[in-house]
Design a protein around this ligand. Structure first.
Ligand code: 13P
Ligand code: SF4
Length: 310
């Protein structure tokens, strides 16, 4: 890319010229969030993708998110700046293993977290996100046994919250499993007024000492509205950009990881850069393509989720 190009201006120009909408997740780098038409959590992004009348959806997020947008929009072009932007949680549930796992529980309904492949979605009855998971579970009759996949931490949290005993697939997110309980406790002792806010993909021990648990959008809203001045934030660091903009007077401390060489950045989310975003909009590639049979099978449980979340 010519270094003299103003990428912000170029991206704005391409959006107009191509009637493209740019959807970005809160874990994207700040520059990408600033140029996006909509920034949101997985639920908000899926809802935006379902209702847009743009010709092209440019998805600044990871593969399962862009794939969900394509499932909802077979006739639109869906672009992802880097096709390698995957998700450790989605990877923790290979479809063939999950199919065999599901066979062991023929009476169970399958609720899958949106962080999974289209193949897993096609094996599911309803999809949920962290923003609507409780509502989705509560919409299912209490005596109906459930398999929850792929995140065991979110599943465990939902079991405790709803009193269910869902069978959990043993998957997890590499970013949310990295936080150190000991270091967070010490940080809380040094900052006794700071509240701990955590994403439900975090491990149980972290969730148990949290003051608030929610999706990225819910964490953001909580920090903006709540009356404390300091927060320890246990999720990917990308959310801090919008939190700091919306709550400029508050002190936000990223929750410390257990290994000082590690960081709370999602390596998949951070594969997208402003430069790759510009190139993908200019050349309309890489594009998400889907087999129509798989698309239809994975659409059904997503539509059920969207209906319940209205
Ligand atoms: P939400 O933004 O829906 O809370 O999801 C978090 C996440 O890990 C996305 O990959
Ligand atoms: Fe997947 Fe975790 Fe990255 Fe989200 S933060 S995309 S769940 S690896």
């Amino acid at each position: 890319v010519n270094p003299s190009l103003d990428l912000f201006q170029e991206i704005e120009r391409l959006k107009k010229e191509k009637n493209a909408i740019l959807l970005a997740h809160y874990y994207q780098e700040p520059d990408i969030q600033d140029v996006a038409d909509y920034i949101g959590d997985s639920l908000g992004l899926a809802q935006q993708a379902a209702k847009t009348d743009a010709d092209i959806i440019v998805f600044a997020g990871v593969h399962f998110m862009a794939e969900t947008a394509k499932i909802l929009n077979p006739n639109k072009k869906v672009l992802l700046p880097d096709l390698k932007a995957g998700c450790s949680l989605a990877d923790s549930a290979p479809a063939e293993l999950f199919r065999r796992f599901k066979e062991k529980y023929p009476d169970h309904l399958v609720v899958s977290y949106i962080n999974c492949s289209a193949e897993i979605k096609a094996l599911s009855d309803i999809i949920c996100t962290s923003g609507n998971a409780e509502k989705i579970i509560e919409s299912i009759p209490e005596d109906q046994p459930i398999i929850f996949a792929p995140d065991k931490n979110l599943g465990g949290y939902l079991n405790r919250k709803t009193g269910r005993n869902m069978v959990l697939w043993n998957g997890a997110c590499m970013v949310h499993e990295i936080f150190s309980l000991e270091k967070i406790m010490k940080l809380k002792m040094r900052n006794p007024k700071a509240k701990l806010v955590a994403h439900p993909e975090c491990e149980e021990a972290i969730l148990r000492i949290s003051d608030f648990i929610g999706s990225t959008t819910q964490l953001l809203k909580f920090v903006v509205k709540d009356d404390a001045q300091e927060y320890i934030v246990a999720t990917e660091t990308g959310i801090l950009h919008q939190m700091q903009q919306d709550a400029p007077t508050k002190t936000l401390i990223p929750a410390p990881p257990n290994n000082s060489c590690a960081c709370n950045d999602c390596p998949h989310m951070k594969l997208n850069t402003l430069e790759k975003l510009y190139l993908c909009m200019e050349y309309e590639t890489p594009e998400i393509h889907m087999d129509e049979k798989l698309r239809l099978a994975s659409l059904r449980p997503i539509e059920r989720m969207l209906d319940i979340s209205r």
